[in-house]
Design a protein around this ligand. Structure first.
Ligand code: PRX
Length: 630
């Protein structure tokens, strides 16, 4: 096998020929007429080709030994289990698809899925794809407001929900959250409720329907609809620098061809793999790694519902041992949490089935990498530190043990995948020298690339293609070392990473000012040893209000209501002024510098120095209070 770097160079020289060969590995109903139509910045891959994601993920496996092998194992924190063979999954997907058709869902319609980590989520996604509808999965930890925003943006008419989610032994009333959301998103005409508990739930006559009733009327088989390659497979909302989350649209053909190829290279995935990705399906990591990529490959997927350390911190190792997991994919935040519990606990389990370990979502520092490598991987399993984004659809920078394992450097995601032309550039879009920090940018389109932002082509152009001419802007800082390895250095913009979850400061500020007594707010992230970042809020109160703990609690409630518990602020500070530029922009950099205790640097654009003094004084007082001082 050729060295990875050579392979990569050859690939980027002629991306069309390269990706065409990869796409041929899928079972298309009709081949494409043209590999790539690139009307910068809009790419269409495999134009004219026809395929269906559900057909590729289930039907294709019925004609080999895969038919009766396990496609999906599911387990929850209480130890309840389910298993579906590929044939059983096929039956469930068909029935679900028939039910959607009976509800009037047609090709191109959007279906919102607000479900916890249960097998029906995978089934619903594949069923939606089967009939050519477009799924929008909304993470079940999001609040009613966040759900409503997404429903309204997609103008979906059908919503699939569960009665409850279950986490740390507690029932989370998802159906109640849906009812709240639909007060502000009345466009939904039908709600299908998957009941998993005996608890009573509110049912709205004519709108709400019970899944187990509907499925009785459903047919056993629904023809998978042949879809043109650029037909959207899904819309997934993600946070950006400004305003409301953006609806990232992924294609069917390009996306599937891309993730099929890259999961082979990165994870060496095969039909013998038992693949466990600990993300939630509500994020892109889950879409690609829990649903589409492993099922395309005929692997066995493990889906786990529950918190990592409940009912005890051994849960994950128990699961790896029990199912003989071969590929394990998680976030640095999770590993850091387990490091605190110590390796002695891990040693009690037989983790010898593991072959490859993955990391995603944030930078993995060398110490965490070493612990993961030694104590989970037994110094035997390569760690694939995979850099990618909701927008990229699949992994972009990572070691590729499925092709050839380059020497690993803990903390570096190593090299761009074959066919990916990544570069670190300066403010003018010119490549920087080795070892110099710059912006990570991508030079050529790739099949997994987002097709655009839902109903907003202008925003798509502006967010990703306006900063550098002809380059896709990732919003990440990186440096390239003397071996061409990429070292990711975090976001360049106002996006926070909390336990690997992506949240925009503007989005959180928008939630804070919903509190009736807040006039203005600024949000920053500060480093947290476990979850990456903490959310710190600075708020200016409206006239007539005095700072009080009660108001802080209300702000927290408001943020949880607007976004969800993942966005809960760690600290809230009341100030009378925020540091701003003369043109009125909040200088979050200054706020962060003060909190971090760093030198303030150039303040020439600051409008009013008194604002800095005030923030310093407020924070000093806070620190004293926290340390028990006067
Ligand atoms: O900042 C990068 C970080 O996560 C961002 C993308 O977040 P999201 O769209 O939620 O997708 C999550 C994972 C697919 C990136 O812009 N990120 C992701 N992977 C890594 C990373 N940062 C450092 N190293 C990684 N391996």
């Amino acid at each position: 096998m050729k060295g990875n770097i050579d392979f990569q160079r050859n690939a980027t020289a002629n991306i069309e020929r390269f990706w065409e060969k990869e796409a041929e590995k899928l079972d298309w109903f009709k081949p494409w007429d043209k590999v790539l139509e690139w009307k910068e910045p809009f790419a269409k891959w495999f134009v004219g080709g026809m395929l269906n994601a559900s057909y590729l993920c289930v039907d294709c496996h019925l004609y080999s030994w895969h038919k009766n092998k396990v496609a999906l194992y599911w387990e929850d924190e209480a130890g309840n289990t389910k298993a579906f063979s590929y044939f059983q999954l096929y039956r469930e997907v068909n029935k679900f698809a028939s039910m959607l058709k009976n509800l009037g869902v047609k090709k191109g319609d959007r279906v919102v899925l607000y479900l916890p980590m249960i097998p029906e989520l995978t089934i619903a996604m594949l069923a939606t794809a089967r009939i050519g509808a477009i799924h929008t999965v909304v993470f079940s930890g999001f609040s009613s407001q966040a759900l409503a925003d997404r429903i309204n943006d997609t103008s979906a008419e059908v919503l699939i929900a569960a009665d409850f989610g279950i986490r740390r032994g507690k029932y989370i009333p998802l159906k109640d959250i849906v009812d709240e959301a639909l007060k502000i998103a009345p466009i939904i005409e039908k709600v299908v409720v998957i009941k998993r508990t005996e608890e009573a739930i509110n049912m709205v006559a004519g709108r709400d329907l019970i899944y187990s009733d509907l499925i009785k009327e459903a047919d056993d088989y629904v023809e998978p609809v042949p879809l043109e390659s650029s037909h959207p497979l899904y819309i997934l909302y993600t946070s950006g620098t400004t305003g409301k989350p953006k609806g990232v649209v992924h294609s069917t053909g390009g996306y599937l061809a891309y993730i099929y190829a890259t999961y082979k290279w990165v994870f060496d995935i095969s039909d013998e793999s038992v693949y466990w990705c600990t993300a939630d399906v509500g994020w892109v990591t889950g879409h690609t790694s829990i649903v589409y990529a492993p099922l395309l490959h005929g692997a066995t997927v493990l889906m786990y519902e529950g918190a990592p350390d409940y009912p005890n911190p051994d849960r994950w190792w128990e699961i790896i041992e029990k199912y003989g997991v071969t590929i394990f994919y998680t976030s640095p935040t999770a590993i850091k949490m387990f490091m605190r519990y110590g390796e002695e606990r891990v040693k009690r389990f037989n983790l010898s089935s593991l072959k490859i370990l993955g990391s995603v979502g944030e930078v993995i520092n060398p110490e965490v990498w070493a612990w993961y490598y030694t104590h989970i991987g037994g110094e035997r399993c390569p760690i694939v530190d995979t850099w990618w984004q909701t927008e990229t659809g699949g992994i972009m920078i990572s070691p590729v043990p499925g092709i050839e394992l380059v020497p690993l450097k803990p903390g570096s995601a190593t090299l761009p995948l074959p066919g990916i032309d990544a570069e670190v550039v300066d403010e003018d879009g010119k490549p920087v020298e080795t070892g110099i920090k710059g912006h990570l940018a991508i030079r050529k389109p790739w099949p997994g690339m987002l097709m655009g932002l839902y109903k907003d082509p202008e925003r798509y152009k502006e967010v990703y293609w306006s900063k550098f001419k002809g380059l896709f802007y990732t919003g990440d800082y990186a440096i390239k070392d003397e071996d061409g390895y990429f070292w990711l250095l975090g976001r360049t913009d106002e996006v926070l990473k909390i336990a690997g979850h992506r949240l925009g400061t503007a989005e959180i500020e928008g939630a804070v000012v919903e509190a009736p007594f807040v006039a203005e707010a600024a949000v920053i992230g500060t480093p947290d040893p476990i979850k990456g970042e903490n959310i710190i809020v600075f708020a200016i109160l409206k006239e007539g209000y005095e700072p009080a703990d009660e108001l802080k609690k209300e702000i927290i409630q408001e943020v949880r209501k607007q976004i969800g518990p993942i966005a809960t602020p760690q600290e809230i500070h009341f100030v009378e002024k925020l540091p701003k530029t003369r043109s009125g922009k909040i200088m979050r950099r200054v706020l962060k510098t003060i909190i971090m205790g760093n030198p303030l640097g150039d303040l020439s654009t600051l409008e009013d120095e008194a604002s800095v003094d005030e923030v310093k004084a407020v924070y000093e007082e806070f620190k004293q209070m926290m340390s028990g001082g006067a």
